[in-house]
Design a protein around this ligand. Structure first.
Ligand code: PLP
Length: 496
């Protein structure tokens, strides 16, 4: 067979066509934000709605950009829950910002795969620098910061999520414990069977997931109203002691700002216990950590010097579009010795000389996005003083909402308002029906499309959660949400 000429290139990246489409896409996104308040905050579609609107097979021939944009408007946007709506008060915020979006354009524009320093030195070096910037803003002890080339003992890394941060630290703790106990003559299977992680019933489910993956038994300790749903050090100590010689305490997961009610565990006392039993102490500050850049909230981090690791989800409340979750560890070698794998095709002089950090050894995946650009643009375009004001703005709005709730005698607040979160409920004439009443109120509020809140259950009490923290949220949105809640409450109570 004679050699045939290769087919012509596909010309998939024509820079003029890209420029034209990108400008239109930026206009599209800018208009989306301009009109965001016109959409129902929570999508009103039924499950499976897209099946009737999108063909079952991928198109064989290229389709037009105009048609695609029209479909985004007509069939995708109706299926969106508008997390960036200023009236989105559910779960926790997932901030978007101009800086974050612009950085995302750069990140996917470069599309570098930054597993090791040599794969893109700027990505690794910028990550080390900006993560140190944030660590200094949080006034973390120097032991968590990287040396100038990142080869100090401690250091930070940007993970895709808090969950990944927990998983890698749990695996590091597990490896450390296995090495120690097998060196003392125990069999590995026996060590793993005896290992225990400890946490409270308020900890995010991501620790449950990490334990499931790592095969570690998790001891979940109950919290009560007496501690405002923080983990009690006495209870922790009791649980460890109760395990006796048959268990090996491995990992303590504390939270600074729980998902349910923004409770803060007492880091100093818990950290002392963790040190006493030689457990890895991880602090999950996925939500509350961002507030600690403000002097008013920094005290919540007191005791962090006792921790082995800490994560702060800048993709929640610090304007850095999903995904960007910073993890600091005090001893990076515990991570790298657990997660490092080598391959001939990855070998290079800089790595072998130990002159550089290869972030593939600090995370689960090999490939790594250039997320540091996002944090860098956020910090540079806004500056730390504006970022601090941004947080304080939300905490003031949450206080405003809390005041409104306390002024209306039909409502009550059962746990302290922390950061941007207010947990509250409608009082009932008959105590037995109070949960049902509040569940009905939640449905009534969310059915009205102009606001979206969620709930939690604490000590059996069904509470509504108002999480203030949207990039575009102003006082008028908080007041409007409160008026909707009041109106729905009046309707519900009058129908009784
Ligand atoms: N930890 C806390 C306290 C959270 O509130 C959340 C999510 O809301 C998580 C962890 C999980 O975060 P991620 O989605 O980054 O894994």
């Amino acid at each position: 067979m004679g050699e045939s000429a290769p087919p012509p290139g596909l010309k998939l990246m024509d820079s003029e066509e890209f420029r034209e489409h990108a400008h239109r896409m930026v206009d599209f996104v800018a208009d989306y934000y301009r009109h965001i308040e016109k959409f129902p905050v929570r999508s009103q579609v039924s499950p499976g709605y897209l099946n009737d609107l999108i063909p079952a097979f991928a198109p064989q021939d290229p389709e037009s950009f105009d048609d695609i944009l029209a479909d985004v408007s007509n069939i995708i946007i109706p299926g969106l829950t508008h997390w960036q709506s200023p009236s989105f008060f559910s779960y926790y915020p997932a901030n978007s910002s101009t800086a974050g979006i612009l950085a995302e354009i750069l990140i996917s524009g470069f599309n570098t795969v930054n597993f090791s320093w040599i794969a893109s030195p700027a990505a690794t070096e910028l990550e080390i620098i900006v993560v140190n910037w944030l660590g200094k803003l949080l006034e973390l002890p120097d032991s968590f910061l990287s040396g100038s080339s990142g080869n100090g003992k401690g250091g930070g890394v940007i993970q895709g999520s808090a969950t990944e941060g927990m998983l890698v630290t749990l695996c590091a703790a597990r490896s450390r414990a296995i090495s120690k106990h097998t060196a003392n003559g125990l069999v590995e299977e026996d060590v793993v069977r005896r290992l225990r992680a400890y946490t409270s019933d308020q900890t995010h489910m991501c620790l449950h997931k990490a334990c499931k993956i790592a095969g570690i038994k998790l001891v979940v300790l109950p919290t009560t109203k007496e501690t405002n749903y923080a983990l009690s050090p006495a209870l922790l100590r009791g649980a460890i002691e109760e395990g006796g010689d048959d268990v090996i305490p491995l990992y303590l997961g504390a939270t600074l700002g729980t998902t349910s009610s923004a409770a803060v565990d007492p880091l100093l006392e818990l950290g002392e216990i963790a040190q006493e039993y030689e457990m890895w102490f991880h602090v999950d500050a996925a939500y509350g950590g961002s507030a600690c850049i403000c002097p008013e909230y920094r005290h919540f981090l007191d005791g962090i010097e006792k921790a082995d690791s800490l994560n702060v989800g800048t993709h929640k409340w610090l304007l850095t579009n999903l995904d960007c979750s910073v993890l600091w560890v005090k001893n990076a070698r515990t991570l790298t010795s657990t997660l490092s794998v080598q391959s001939e095709y990855l070998r290079n002089k800089a790595s072998e000389a130990g002159e550089v950090v290869d972030f593939k050894d600090w995370q689960v995946s090999l490939g790594k996005r250039f997320r540091a650009l996002k944090l860098w643009l956020v910090m540079r375009l806004y500056g730390s003083s504006k970022l601090k004001n941004y947080i304080i703005h939300h905490t003031c709005l949450a206080r405003l909402f809390e005041r409104k709730v306390t002024e209306d005698k039909r409502f009550e607040i059962l746990v302290p308002c922390r950061f941007g979160l207010v947990c509250f409920r409608l009082k009932a004439i008959e105590a037995s029906s109070v949960n049902a009443l509040n569940e009905n109120l939640l449905h009534a509020v969310n059915s009205n499309e102009t606001t979206f809140i969620t709930h939690t259950v604490l000590s059996g009490d069904f509470l509504l959660r108002m999480a203030v923290g949207g990039t575009l949220t102003e006082a008028k949105h908080v007041i409007k949400a409160w008026e909707t809640i009041q109106k729905k409450a009046t309707q519900l109570l009058s129908s009784k």
